[in-house]
Ligand binder design. Structure first.
Ligand SMILES: *Cc1c(COP(=O)(O)O)cnc(C)c1O
Length: 367
């Protein structure tokens, strides 16, 4: 079986983790500070604030903007449930804008149409590792006086032109076990805004400026040095990992392009895709529907995943709430029945890639 993700750590990770263990200082300390400095550099921002997971980083990003009940956050209907849960946890109202079927991210024209006088924040999702059209979205935010929180949980180090994911206003990243960079559980918020960064650091640590000097009612959102130790060596190797992912994606796209009913993912020329997932669409021209295609692929030993099988609000907890603005999103509604993510990780061999292509061709044929 070719797995959809492979998680491997070298000896350097083992050495650093052991060093933290033996130091006896497991809580947030020097390793977290080092991670923050290096992640800020990777993301081209002044500040990175590490927290305990990616959902927390989204919640904290909204909390620091002081939203009032009824304030609206515009996001994608095609995302992981954490995006929506974070908006609700922050006490805001979730509003959605339809996506483009080419790159799976929110369409700027749809976002513009969703702006009301209650809109406060745009929360685009850089799904699968390619940025939403941030140039256009940042222009809308400036025009309408909105803040931007990029859900860049899947897009560490992605770029659009010269701009990096997380550098537009606030950026939120996840280091969950399967993400491109991992701490097991972890998150980070990036920003160039000194005041926002300062308040996030307070919120993260019980609102404490100095020992027993509390400035706001805060939380415990801290990451541990043990977690930061896991990711530091991954940062050294990340450029190579991205090259491998990119090269695997190019090989797959060239080989899959001619298979009827299979649409490879669009990679915009002005964006550097970090290929967290390589996601194809199985359209009506294929001989099978998506679910049958997935079981055929698995039978042939190719691990694959469906991210995500429904629109984010299409589950019982989100129905009949006035803080979740359910609407018609025809593109997202179609795409959830078409997407399949294939292995693209750096451990793939050329034989693996050939087998994936061959299996896709067989699975897409009418029986
Ligand atoms: C992983 C993920 C999150 C949440 O991150 P956690 O670290 O799992 O809390 C949020 N948004 C998206 C798009 C994600 O993929």
């Amino acid at each position: 079986m070719i797995p959809i993700t492979v998680v491997e750590f070298g000896e350097e990770v083992e050495r650093l983790v052991l060093e933290v263990l033996r130091s006896g200082n497991l809580a947030q300390g020097a390793r977290v500070a080092e991670f923050e400095a290096r992640f800020a550099e990777l993301s081209g921002v002044a500040h990175a604030i590490a927290v305990n997971n990616g959902t927390t980083s989204l919640v904290a990003s909204l909390e620091v903007l002081d939203l009032a009940p009824g304030d609206e956050v515009i996001t994608s209907p095609f995302t992981f449930v954490a995006t929506l849960n974070a908006i609700l946890e922050a006490g805001a109202t979730a509003v959605f804008a339809d996506i483009s079927e080419d790159d799976f991210t929110v369409r700027p024209d749809a976002v513009r149409a969703a702006v009301t006088d209650r809109t406060r924040v745009l929360m685009p999702v850089h799904l699968y590792g390619q940025m939403a059209d941030m140039d256009a979205l940042a222009a809308i935010a400036t025009e309408s006086g909105l803040r931007v929180v990029e859900d860049a949980a899947q897009a560490h180090g992605a770029r659009q032109g010269a701009r990096t994911a997380g550098s537009f206003d606030l950026g939120s990243f996840s280091f969950y076990a399967t993400k491109n960079l991992t701490t097991g559980e972890g998150g980070i918020i990036t920003t160039n805004d000194d005041e926002i960064a300062d308040r996030l650091r307070l919120l993260r640590n019980q609102g404490m400026r100095a020992r027993y000097q509390y400035e706001v009612a805060g939380h415990n959102y801290r990451m541990t040095d043990l977690q930061a130790a896991i990711v530091l060596p991954q940062l050294d190797r990340y450029a190579g990992v991205l090259e491998a992912r990119q090269s695997n994606a190019e090989i797959l796209t060239a080989a899959l392009a001619d298979i009827p009913g299979i649409v490879p993912p669009l990679h915009h020329a002005d964006r550097s895709h970090v290929w967290h997932q390589y996601t194809i669409r199985v359209t009506q021209e294929a001989g099978v529907d998506r679910d049958e295609f997935v079981s055929r692929l698995q039978e042939q030993g190719v691990g694959c995943g469906v991210y995500y099988p429904k629109m984010v609000f299409d589950y019982p907890p989100y129905r009949d709430r006035n803080d979740v603005r359910i609407g018609d999103f025809p593109v997202a509604a179609r795409v959830v029945d078409q997407v399949v993510s294939l292995p693209v990780h750096p451990s793939l061999t050329s034989d693996d890639l050939a087998k994936i292509v061959e299996s896709v061709a067989i699975a897409a044929r009418a029986s």
